[in-house]
Write a protein that binds this ligand. Structure first.
Ligand code: FAD
Length: 547
């Protein structure tokens, strides 16, 4: 009978425990969890605080009693593991309810200890009313503060996924929210011009957005409570502060056990084995390979933690299951918008010195003639020669998840960009188009790789000199709503008759509203011997760039 001890009873830990039982009815499986709950919905915590999830109990997916009854698991809450002896194969720790020590022997030990919220050493951080959000206890404490103190203003420091979700949810709870970030943009997995679309949505909903504002200090407001936040040039009043500055893998226990730690997280092989025999690790605490660039990365996401938990259980039970790496596929909702990303962003490709092409497009989430269609701003990154897909970002009101998930699947399957053109995707007018945005990306990539389409990017427009001729092929009505300074207007239907207005000795930079008409125009002109560049993403991408 195998004795398996799991430290950490949430995403990775409970997935491992449940799978272990399904594979081995005899094993003795002990789950040790420091907090008062196991198997809770971390990802749902912000939504409870904004009352989209109405009841606290809805966040608790399983109890120790239910897990004992269903899976015959020995689940101990309030059990903090403080030591591991790999020689004796035991874990030791403290029962936080009784203050009694405990020791459990193991044949296999799984560390799924998660990550710790980052707390910078700045004055005022320990004031009452300053919180991080990681577990149910944190959630209950924030909720109590809101109920008791009725805060009118809140500062969320850090514009990652959790920070943005909390900004929206505190707004729902009636607070004036300041979302502060040290960087000039929120949402680190997105490039700046894509994050800008989300910034506009936040501001539209009344969220104040002091960016490029590194946190200096938290000022007391009396009685030891928070009163204001000073961050760079910004000073905002705040009755409640949420720190969303990211997380660090929790490596203390692993280190003490002699487990190798890489740059930031626990090192594991593709079977989730650490360097210490019979100790395995999964989840936010570990480093994984990003298969796109081959580098060791730390990516804290629920999906990978759950899948790793299953893999480790398979391998403990004699399997040879491999983890293929993490590419950071993620999505969040910000008020009316969905923002999703997968793979590498352009800034990372630039930094790595990789050759890439960026495609922007603004297709509708479903057939334009069917009511309710809304645009998706899509950015797609690939290597033009090999067709290797690097990543994608999408922001829109609907259909973002489908497009990001398909591209994520294509990346992991090793598909090329132009192969996206041939994908057969579910379609009827309320759901998509006969040429889905994914197919369009593939077609554009194919055109670029074949030299049929030469692009120019929005950030290159201000650098254009007299050797270029900027051509706007939209309708007169669209031009009235704004255009790019210095452009000449010839609507697409008139183009063939007005070719004499277009100089042959200049590079023609052509744009329309979303990219389709300018592509048609670029084909007309290219076939007549002009040197043409199509503005990728067209006017919509150009005018949404950060100022
Ligand atoms: P956890 O689920 O954090 O579990 C680790 C557990 O180990 C903790 O409960 C901890 O108390 C316990 N522990 C640590 N040390 C010890 C010890 N010494 N002794 C005993 N117990 C110990 N991911 C997404 O993909 N999508 C989302 O929308 C999303 N939203 C999120 C929202 C919030 C507010 C948070 C906090 C996270 C969110 N995540 C999301 C991330 C996701 O929840 C994590 O990636 C995932 O839970 C990691 O699983 P894990 O098992 O590694 O760690």
């Amino acid at each position: 009978m195998k004795k398996i001890v799991i430290v950490g009873g949430v995403a990775g830990g409970m997935s491992a425990a449940a799978r272990l039982r399904r594979l081995d009815e005899e094993a003795e499986i002990v789950v040790l969890e420091r907090t008062g709950y196991v198997s809770f919905a971390n990802c749902g915590l912000p939504y409870y605080l904004g009352r989209e999830i109405p009841n606290f109990e809805d966040l608790v997916l399983q109890t120790p009693e239910a897990l004992a009854a269903r899976f015959r698991l020995d689940v101990r809450v309030a059990h903090e593991v403080r030591g591991v002896d790999p020689e004796k194969k035991t874990v030791t720790g403290m029962n936080l309810q009784t203050n009694e020590g405990f020791e459990f022997p193991y044949d296999h030990l799984i560390l799924s200890v998660g990550a710790q919220p980052i707390k910078p050493p700045i004055p005022g951080l320990d004031s009452e009313g300053v919180f991080t959000l990681r577990n149910l206890e944190d959630t209950a404490a924030i909720d109590r503060w809101i109920e008791d103190k009725n805060p009118k203003t809140a500062a969320v420091v850090g514009g990652g996924y959790i920070g943005l979700e909390m900004a929206e949810q505190l707004h729902r709870r009636g607070m004036k929210v300041h979302l502060i970030d040290a960087a000039p943009q929120t949402l680190p997995p997105f490039d700046a011009e894509m994050a800008e679309l989300v910034h506009k949505e936040l501001e539209k909903n009344g969220v104040d957005l002091p960016l490029a504002s590194p946190l200096d200090r938290i000022e007391p407001g009396g009685k030891g409570q928070v009163g204001a936040v000073k961050a760079g040039q910004a000073e905002v009043h705040a009755d409640l502060v949420i720190l969303g500055l990211g997380v660090r893998p929790d490596i203390a226990l692993a280190k003490a056990a002699g487990v190798e730690v890489g740059n930031r997280g626990i090192r594991v092989d593709d079977h989730m084995r650490t360097n210490v025999p019979n100790i395995w690790a999964v989840g936010d605490a570990i480093e994984v390979v990003n298969p796109i660039c081959g580098e060791q990365v730390v990516i804290a996401l629920g999906g990978p933690a759950n899948r790793q938990g299953r893999i480790v259980a398979n391998n403990i039970c004699g399997g040879e299951d491999r983890y293929n790496g993490t590419i950071g596929t993620a999505i969040l909702r910000v008020f009316e918008l969905q923002a999703g990303a997968t793979g590498l962003k352009e800034a990372q490709l630039k930094e790595a010195g990789l050759k890439y092409e960026a495609i922007y497009l603004h297709p509708k989430d479903h057939a334009g003639y069917y009511p309710g269609a809304t645009p998706i701003a899509l950015k797609f990154l690939f290597e033009p020669e090999s067709g290797k897909i690097y990543g994608a970002q999408a922001v829109g009101q609907a259909g973002v998840d489908k497009r990001i998930d398909v591209i994520a699947t294509a990346i992991m399957a090793g598909m090329t960009a132009s192969e996206l053109a041939d994908l057969e995707l579910a379609y009827s007018p309320p759901f998509g188009s006969a040429k889905d945005p994914i197919n369009l990306i593939g077609m554009m990539a194919e055109n670029i790789s074949a030299g049929l389409l030469k692009q120019i990017q929005w950030h290159e427009i201000p650098k254009l000199d007299g050797s270029s001729f900027l051509l706007d092929v939209r309708s007169a009505g669209e031009v009235k709503g704004g255009t790019i300074e210095g452009s000449v207007h010839i609507p697409l239907p008139e183009l063939r008759d007005r070719l004499d207005e277009i100089p042959k000795d200049k590079t023609i930079v052509v744009f329309c509203q979303s990219g389709q008409r300018s592509y048609f125009a670029s084909r007309v002109l290219t076939q007549r011997g002009y040197e043409v560049r199509n503005l990728s993403g067209a006017y919509l991408t150009y005018q949404s760039q950060p100022s």
